[in-house]
Each structure stands twice: as C-alpha cells, then as structure tokens.
Design a protein around this ligand. Structure first.
Ligand code: CTP
Ligand code: MG
Length: 166
C-alpha cells in the first residue's frame, strides 16, 4: 500500500500553487474542489507514489521477499493515481456538503485514498487485485490506515506542514 499512502503526505509537503478547479465554482456556487487541491500536489504526489513503488519492485527483485505482494508498473501507478483521485473526489463531495477546506470529515478523510486506490486497481487491473488482496490484508488496511493517517497528520501539523492535525 506504500504507493497509495505516500502521495498524500508528499502533496501536503510540496503542493500549492494553481488549484485544480482554477478557483472556479460548481453550479451550487461553492468551489469545485477548493484551494487544498492543486496541480502541483497531484503531480508530485503521484510521482512520489510511483517512485516508492519502483523501489519496492527493485527491492523485491533484489532481495526476493516472497511474502510481499508482487508489484507491477501498472499496480503502483494505479494505486498512486487512485489515492489522490480518491482524495480529490472526497473534496468534491465535501464542498457539495458545504464543508470548508481543511474542515474535519472523520471517516471520509481517512479512507478516501484507500477507496480511490483500490477502486482504480479493481477497474483497471482486477487480476492483480484478486491475486494479492486477501481478507486479512484488507482488514489490516482498514486498521492501519486511520492510525497512519492520524499519526502522520499530527507530525505534519507539528512541523507546520498542515494547518490542522487531521
Ligand atoms: N494538496 C495539494 N494538492 C492535492 C492534495 C493535497 O496541494 N491534490 C496539499 C494542500 O496544500 C492541502 C494539503 O495537501 O491543504 C493537505 O491535503 P488535504 O488534507 O487532503 O486537504 P485539505 O486542505 O484538508 O482540503 P479538503 O477540505 O478539500 O480535504
Ligand atoms: Mg483534509
């Protein structure tokens, strides 16, 4: 899941600049995505996820860790892209619900990247997903995601990368 987990913190670190919605509003008069979703965050985040995935592919080829999932260039790209598209989709719905940028939205803020990443592989590389996803791994993802999410965001807030600790 590293290619899915890395894009968000990297986007928070290196994002900024032109928002993806170019500052425009949706038909309801509220922002489409908001200022927290930028081109730079999206692109650098996706490249970071793919980068760590390439490192994983290289490491498993070199050290032959047989208990790790066999990543492919497709799987890492889909996980990384899906994670930030999930994040983007979440912000779209968040704005429709009238929630401001950075406002807390407990469950969605944590699982958006998991939903987006897994949905992308389900759609474009289902063979990989069914070969590697077991019930155990899925449950582990559901438990680990909120813990990692909260932990990293507290650290990010401490170092003033994020304005809020969630
Ligand atoms: N970020 C970015 N581009 C993205 C995603 C994130 O630049 N595609 C950066 C923004 O600086 C953002 C930060 O990462 O503020 C944290 O991301 P997130 O918590 O997802 O955004 P929020 O600011 O909380 O906005 P939202 O309410 O829409 O979730
Ligand atoms: Mg947020």
């Amino acid at each position: 899941m590293l290619p899915a987990y890395l894009p968000n913190p990297v986007a928070a670190l290196f994002g900024g600049g032109t928002p993806i919605d170019l500052g425009r509003n949706f038909t309801d008069g509220k922002r489409v995505f908001g200022d927290g979703k930028t081109f730079r965050g999206l692109i650098i985040g996706i490249f970071a996820g793919i980068g760590i995935g390439i490192a994983q592919i290289w490491a498993s080829g070199t050290y032959g860790w047989e208990n790790l999932p066999e990543h492919t260039y497709a799987s890492i790209t889909l996980l990384a892209t899906g994670a930030l598209l999930g994040d983007l989709g979440k912000s779209f719905i968040k704005r429709r619900l009238g929630k401001e940028r950075g406002e807390k939205w407990p469950v969605a803020d944590m699982y958006d990247l998991v939903a987006g990443a897994l949905l992308m592989v389900l759609i474009f590389d289902p063979g990989w997903l069914f070969a590697n996803m077991t019930l155990m791994i899925f449950i582990l993802i559901l438990i680990l995601t909120p813990l990692l999410h909260r932990g990293i965001n507290i650290i990010g807030h401490h170092f003033r990368v994020k304005e809020v600790p969630w």
